[in-house]
Ligand binder design. Sequence first.
Ligand code: ASP
Length: 332
Amino acid sequence: MTDKAISRRFFGAAAAGLAALGITGAAAKPAAPKAIPTGKPFILTTWDFGPGANAVGWPMLASGASAIDAVEAAINHVELLGDYWVGAGGVPNEVGETTLDAMIMWGPTHDLGAVGCLKRVKKAISVARAVMEKTQHSLIVGDDATRFAARMGFTETSLTSVVSQQAWDKWAAKGEKTDAFDPEPIRKGDQLVGHDTVGSIALDAAGNLCVGCSTNGREFKIPGRVGDSPIAGAGAYVDQAVGGAVATGNGDVMMRFLPTYHAVELMRGGMAPQAAAEAAIKRIEDAGYSIGGGIAVIRRDGVHGGAKTGWEDTPFSYSVQTAAGNVKTPVS
Ligand code: ASP
């Protein structure tokens, strides 16, 4: 029996049991959401990747493509740039290997696909999409994520580059253990380690929202470490009726506060996007953490905002492209 058949049998039996108890609606996917008014399409992407990624995603949205296709294409563009902080060829872990975390979340159904510690496959966001569309699962990790990707037809290849090898050689020559073994630097600020995650949020002409994010995580991380990016409500979150949010920064801490979920829920309660972004970040600061981190949020009507903590000298920004053009907004 195939995995899927076993799974169907399990869910079928579970549903039958619940039905016997008078509990219905146990299907893996929800019924179609209530009709949502269409909006004016946009795509938001974080960091300096914004203009280039939006230039890939926007023409798709403008010609009627789905928000999920635009988000995937925009993030694939960044994953394949050869940037140090996102995708293949950057940020080695403690043993010199680059591993990837990514998530995609689809507004209309609240469906989610994610991969953590993905090895030897470049397009992490596309593997995340395969998790969402081809399975009943939400998150697959490590070598098993690689095996899943191979089953889905993705090519296995080394994620090491000259740059990532040199970075690791230089660090290893110092003979230091990764600072990730020392819990203290996290509370004192994370100047010692670099960060970047690309996050995108799109609204398509049909009125559907999608969010996604992708990263190679934290430099010299302990093998097996998974950050905030593939965790729903941490790295990214979307609610079809409200809007979306994406995060970047010290994921080891940020995932403890679910800042993207927090911001979207504040917007649901009526708070403006800028205030919601600031409140989600302030929550982390109020708990006593001094880290580098940022969040960008956008309501489904296109009103957006951003906030950051730490990173006094780090120019975090996000870009929003609409029919009126691309606007890059520095976050202060
Ligand atoms: N949030 C990512 C992580 O901790 C890295 C980053 O955005 O800088 O894995």
